[in-house]
Design a protein around this ligand. Sequence first.
Ligand code: ADP
Ligand code: MN
Ligand code: MN
Ligand code: MN
Length: 355
Amino acid sequence: MSLLNDLINLNISEVTKKCIAEYIWIDGFGKLRSKARTLPAPVTDPAELPKWNFDGSSMGQAPGEDSEIIIYPQAIFPDPFRRGNHILVLCDAYTPDGKPIPSNKRHGAAEIFSRPEVAAEEPWYGIEQEYTLLQRDVVWPLGWPLGGFPGPQGPYYCGIGADKSFGRDIVDAHYKACLYAGINISGINGEVMPAQWEFQIGPAVGISAGDQIWVARYILERITEIAGVVLSLDPKPIQGDWNGAGAHANYSTNSMRGDGGYEVIKEAIHKLSLRHKEHISAYGEGNERRLTGRHETASIDSFSWGVANRGASVRVGRETERDGKGYFEDRRPASNMDPYVVTSMIAETTIVWKP
Ligand code: ADP
Ligand code: MN
Ligand code: MN
Ligand code: MN
């Protein structure tokens, strides 16, 4: 075991300039995939990296007879697993003639964020990614008795102790690994349902919010793989009196952060209310199981907002009301949402769209 560990941790820069790039992309089912290639020397700019191809037919992305998909490097992160000069490379996917494939949601999001009126507003996002850790063989939450349930919710949120906190080693390993990778992770906490956790990314500007959430998810699934635990982003992993998992999107623009910002925030919330159905349909699969109007959620069927109201679709913080400027929180997105879709849609509705 120790020789294996020694080899995994070999510092190859003592003998070679070569380094390893782990290319990451999103498959046709919204799951992450990756494969590695050797680079002749360290790279820091994604534009210096070669494009790469893969066989899309096994990943729901291309028909078998023309299965080639090309992935384009878009962002680089230091690799917390291999360390040294090794990197994680976040990519998006195209057909051989350069068209984004349907599951490539980054391309459309980047287009929205590059519009002059959107870029001028410097949209900030703080995404609260909730997730659940499952025991591998039984697909049942970590620390829960087999064939049974733990005591009712109450003591678990931000709880400590072997009977209340399940999987902290994974959570903490992920926290430091994200900081190593240069991800702007702003915190972690244990959630209301035991074995459910949250990390927050942000504030992150524009497309980088989606990039950072996807890479943070990637790092998390690699760490759970090492631990022999299964990562679930299902919005309601356990039916009944157990909280679901969301991905609240905290959001602000230059105008909202400046004097008089609260008026801009109220106008943005009004526009979101007019497009409630469209947003809900883009906010994650199975969200209707989570947005029941119970367990700190609003009903999926109607839009509501309020100051300090955790039972509303959109919440404005007390601080923002008091200061007359700041940010608001869209509480509707599910844990399995695509952050490219959610962040760009919020910007499009609140900045670009004229009702
Ligand atoms: P909650 O109280 O809902 O649990 P969290 O503290 O978990 O909120 O997450 C709040 C997120 O909002 C953090 O990621 C934080 O960085 C982000 N945030 C803070 N200020 C702003 C802002 N002005 N615009 C957008 N996001 C912000
Ligand atoms: Mn939170
Ligand atoms: Mn939470
Ligand atoms: Mn929140």
